[in-house]
Design a protein around this ligand. Structure first.
Ligand code: AMP
Length: 453
């Protein structure tokens, strides 16, 4: 038996469908976005929260809603060895609310402002911009029902994309409260009854279970049928209407353009009042590449067994943001080439170079090396390939003379400089480069940290 098994062909493990590796060539996008999110959170006073990827299945069944696509079809769920029904989180808001309740954040000064950043999992059909593991960051304001929160959240989402150099449009709607929403659902179902046969198969089912979802179906025919449907905005109660008007007034004040869009009902059941999505500006009215979305979820805490806690938030898909940056060929800081290539020849020089690297790094220079290479030629080829403007070369002769060679990689001109003046000479050269291109800004610290030879 064992013999037979050993003959079986070993299948090389491969990437699970819908997952992806984030490769070094993309790392600067990820770093850039990560830093931007954390900086924005600091600017706006949001604290970081990280909840586990694994949660009880019930958390999402209760919060997102049993009849939603996510809960019905898309959760990676399993029963573990101990019989617990678990899922890989499909989104993070429900977990944040669970944590808020579980850790008694209700007794902190309200509102509590939290942000998160991490992977979510949905077993959707993979396609461009749609993965089974994807990353989101989100901002949540818990414990306050004021419209100003909704507006500031929209402002943060809008600013995030603006600062990335991406133009977006805000699509906004209000779903009112659960009672008026039920009334509206009935109105919508009545309107749709005579058109039922023309709807796609999914929408036929949605009409029975969750008619609002017909409004955000991506099928063209369903879209056309619902063009004349009654609008939820017209069935809002006075208080909800007032809240929505306030949100819009704040946005006007902030000069954030928005489109009133009655189709923004969001896939999740827990939304109340404001809902919004962020679309790429040129998406021509389609939502396939929607970048983010959010809204108010005043009833979610109670749904999860907590105290009534009004709250609002949004989530942005990081892969979608990166795809758009790439599509628009937007330059990202961090794509810059290193300032200096540090080349060495021979064992003693290699040891000296290893130490010099540390001095240069502590001075704020970005330095690249290839210490494992022996010849100068292959090292300079790397410097050329990376488009590095200055190479420092340390060989046996330089070690004996207490010097170092500074090579201008464009002209090939080489100068011998005093080893102990390396830092100040580099500063002179690099500020000249900065001046000439008007781009590169390097302001390393003082000169006191020259290498000792
Ligand atoms: P949602 O949690 O459904 O409101 O989604 C918020 C944002 O997450 C969306 O606007 C997308 O940018 C992103 N997103 C949602 N699902 C996926 C997915 N399957 N793959 C990539 N990004 C996604």
């Amino acid at each position: 038996m064992a013999k037979k098994e050993s003959k079986q062909k070993f299948e090389r493990p491969s990437l699970v469908r819908g997952m992806k590796d984030i490769l070094p060539s993309d790392a600067f996008y990820w770093n850039y976005i990560h830093n931007k999110v954390f900086k924005m959170a600091e600017d706006y006073g949001y604290s970081y929260i990280e909840t586990p990827i694994l949660e009880e299945k019930n958390l999402f069944v209760r919060s997102i809603g049993e009849t939603t696509d996510i809960v019905e079809k898309e959760m990676f769920s399993f029963v573990d060895q101990g019989g617990d029904r678990l899922v890989l989180r499909p989104e993070n808001t429900a977990s944040v609310v669970r944590a808020y309740n579980e850790h008694g954040m209700v007794s902190q000064p309200q509102p509590v402002k939290l942000f998160y950043y991490g992977s979510m999992f949905r077993r959707e059909r993979p396609q461009a911009g749609r993965y089974r593991e994807f990353h989101q960051f989100g901002f949540e304001v818990l414990g306050d029902d004021q419209a100003v929160n909704d507006a500031q959240l929209i402002l943060i989402a809008h600013n995030f994309f603006k600062e990335l150099g991406l133009n977006t449009s805000i699509q906004i709607n209000s779903l009112g409260n659960p009672v008026s929403r039920e009334r509206y659902k009935k109105e919508l179902t009545d309107f749709m009854k005579s058109k039922r046969n023309q709807l796609c198969d999914d929408c036929k089912k949605r009409l029975l279970k969750n008619p609002l979802r017909v409004l955000d179906c991506k099928n063209d025919t369903c879209n056309e049928i619902t063009l004349d449907a009654p609008q939820i905005i017209d069935s809002l109660e006075e208080e909800d209407n007032k809240h929505f008007t306030q949100v819009l007034e704040y946005l006007d004040e902030l000069e954030i353009p928005y489109n009133l869009n009655s189709r923004i009902i969001r896939g999740l059941d827990y939304y109340t009042r404001t809902t919004f999505e962020i679309w790429p500006e040129e998406s021509g009215g389609t939502r396939q590449s929607e970048l983010g979305g959010g809204g108010r979820y005043d009833g979610l805490s109670e749904l999860l067994g907590g105290r009534p806690t009004p709250a609002a938030g949004f989530a942005v898909g990081i892969e979608r943001a990166i795809n758009l940056l790439r599509e628009k060929k937007i330059h990202i800081p961090g794509q810059e080439t290193p300032d200096i290539f540090l080349a060495q020849l021979g064992d003693v020089s290699r040891r000296r170079a290893l130490k010099l690297f540390e001095v240069l790094r502590s001075e704020g220079f970005s330095v690249y090396e290839s210490f494992s290479k022996d010849g100068i030629k292959p090292q300079l080829e790397i410097a050329n390939r990376l488009n590095i403007k200055i190479a420092l070369i340390l060989g046996q002769k330089e070690i004996i003379d207490g010097t170092i060679l500074l090579r201008d990689m464009e002209s090939g001109a080489q100068e011998v400089i005093n080893y102990q003046k390396t830092v100040s000479e580099l500063k002179k050269r690099l500020s000249k480069v900065a001046h000439n291109n008007g781009v590169k800004i390097i302001q390393p610290g003082g000169d006191e940290n020259e290498p000792s030879g």
